[in-house]
Design a protein around this ligand. Structure first.
Ligand code: CA
Length: 532
């Protein structure tokens, strides 16, 4: 464990464990009316692929079941991720704290989530909830605070679409079939037969889909065969003015999808590691140029890859939507729907061709913005697709769940309960005016320069700092696609100066007031380079 992480582990577990224990002891006797909680988290599910958000794709690939959640509730139009990558976002959701406080700063390089620290599941368990977890975990230490858990446990814990290796309450087992269905099967089984029905439940249902390598169920292999997926406005972004940041990315549709991503068939003669290497070839851009046909023009090839990528992605989404439907049906049939807080989220946003990209990580809108739909018919005011525009963050979910469970929210949690926004209480009028962001993993995967930044309703300021020193400033009112860096524009210098001060304030507030050198070291200590 690195020195930095040792410090985090000490402050993050020993001290907080004391406060956790004292809070656990103080929990009041709970009324029976507390809601059940069904928290559904999909991996890399962008808002643009959820029809309730009304994008162009909605007409082609609707998600009627996920939409039902917003139809009996609300959707957030500014739910911002605080570190837009899988494990870190999950750690923020569980702890209600930023990455530098919970210690899980990046997926790569051997970072392990400190399971001794207080988490939402532990607090809910102590408050009398029956807790369970199904699907992707990706934090490497065994889950804590769950009465029952089943996680993807292949090497790297990314999960696989077919015949996944699960770890169930500590025991490894392979289940045959398609992961999205299997995860919901296990969840429904626990809901029906496994749980303690004398208690309210909190279930975390984390689908691996629609994460790379986008492998659809057999029944959906030919869905969308006859249509052409429209390209987004910024599909041909040339990164001018952002050459040192977005221009250095290694996640372009044109150059960085592998043979495996594009479902190309390896020669029969290859087996084992050689076969794996053949399939993963393509990720190093122009050094590994994947093309099914040398006669294709660059433009044709990029479009061919986009269609292939998007159709498989949307096919995987279809299975997620089906299974969300199964969960909702169960709750409705068993009289649980009205008093279950259902939250559906993607673990961060995702590029579906915007800026010519796939993947996530950047503080730009497509990856910063998380899908978030919430239903609780018994309690949410004005349900029926009401949009909540205030700046929310993934660290708000933990205190929100504690609030609805009538459990005490620890003082050191960074997030705020979203209940005032859901119930439109006076506190909603005094909501935060800025959100903070951190990103550390570099260069693998996808060569995204580490950065931090602040987002207000209108503006965004980002500092890329690892081996460059680049500031970017965007006016989202006049440039929603973030194509023009206005950092050097004299017109905006007052706003930029104010946002720099705001960053300092937020870094103090979120225990992230470290030097630039310390910030770089977080990346360096866990650095993984690309191999040919
Ligand atoms: Ca993810």
């Amino acid at each position: 464990m690195s020195k930095q992480n040792k410090i985090i582990a000490f402050t993050g577990s020993s001290l907080l464990l004391l406060s956790a224990n004292s809070i656990l002891a103080q929990q009041p006797k709970q009324p029976k009316s507390r809601p059940n909680i069904l928290f559904i988290l999909s991996d890399d599910h962008a808002r643009t692929a959820i029809s309730a958000y009304g994008s162009e794709l909605s007409k082609i690939a609707p998600t009627p079941n996920i939409d039902k959640i917003a139809q009996s509730g609300v959707l957030f139009s500014n739910m911002l991720c605080t570190n837009a990558i899988s494990g870190p976002s999950r750690a923020c959701l569980l702890t209600g704290k930023f990455s530098t406080a919970n210690g899980f700063t990046q997926n790569e390089g051997g970072v392990i989530f400190d399971g001794l620290q207080p988490t939402v599941s532990k607090y809910l368990q102590a408050a009398g909830y029956n807790t369970s977890l199904f699907g992707k975990w990706h934090l490497f230490s065994d889950p804590t605070g769950f009465d029952y858990w089943m996680i993807h446990n292949n090497p790297g814990q990314q999960g696989t679409y077919w015949d996944p290796i699960f770890k169930v309450n500590g025991k490894q087992e392979v289940r045959k079939g398609y992961a999205t269905d299997l995860t919901a099967d296990a969840a429904l089984d626990w809901m029906d037969k496994g749980r303690d029905k004398s208690k309210p439940f909190c279930m975390m249902l984390n689908f691996k889909a629609p994460h790379r390598p986008w492998e659809p169920d057999i029944k959906y292999e030919h869905l969308f065969d006859d249509i052409t997926i429209p390209t987004p406005e910024t599909f041909d972004d040339d990164y001018s003015g952002r050459e040192l940041t977005l221009g250095k990315n290694m996640a372009t549709i044109a150059y960085h999808l592998s043979r495996n991503d594009l479902k190309m068939t390896p020669p029969d003669s290859l087996t084992g590691l050689k076969r794996e290497k053949w399939l993963s070839w393509g990720m190093l851009g122009e050094r590994q140029h994947v093309s099914p046909n040398p006669n294709m023009s660059d433009k044709e090839l990029k479009m061919w890859k986009f269609q292939k990528y998007m159709k498989d992605y949307l096919r995987c989404v279809r299975s997620v939507d089906d299974n969300v439907g199964r969960m909702i049906d169960y709750l409705k049939k068993n009289g649980l729907y009205e008093n279950t807080l259902i939250i559906y989220m993607g673990d961060q946003g995702f590029y579906l061709g915007e800026h010519g990209l796939f993947d996530k990580r950047w503080m730009y809108e497509e990856s910063l913005q998380m899908a978030c739909l919430v239903s609780l018919p018994n309690s949410i005011k004005d349900p029926g697709m009401r949009t909540i525009p205030q700046l929310a963050m993934n660290v708000d979910i933990m205190p929100t769940l504690l609030d609805y469970a009538n459990a005490k929210i620890p003082a050191d949690v960074h997030g705020e309960s979203l209940r005032p926004l859901l119930e439109q209480t006076p506190k909603a009028k005094k909501w935060r005016k800025s959100a903070y962001y951190q990103y550390f993993e570099y260069p693998r995967y996808h060569n995204v320069q580490p950065h931090y930044g602040v987002r207000t309703e209108r503006y965004k300021l980002i500092h890329f700092y690892y081996d460059v020193d680049v500031w970017e400033f965007y006016d989202l009112k006049t440039d929603k696609n973030e194509l023009k860096n206005q950092y050097n524009n004299p017109v905006y210098q007052k706003q930029i100066a104010e946002l720099k001060k705001e960053i300092v304030r937020l870094q103090k507030k979120y225990q992230d007031d470290i030097t630039l050198q310390q910030r770089r070291e977080i990346t360096t200590k866990h650095m993984r380079q690309y191999e040919e």
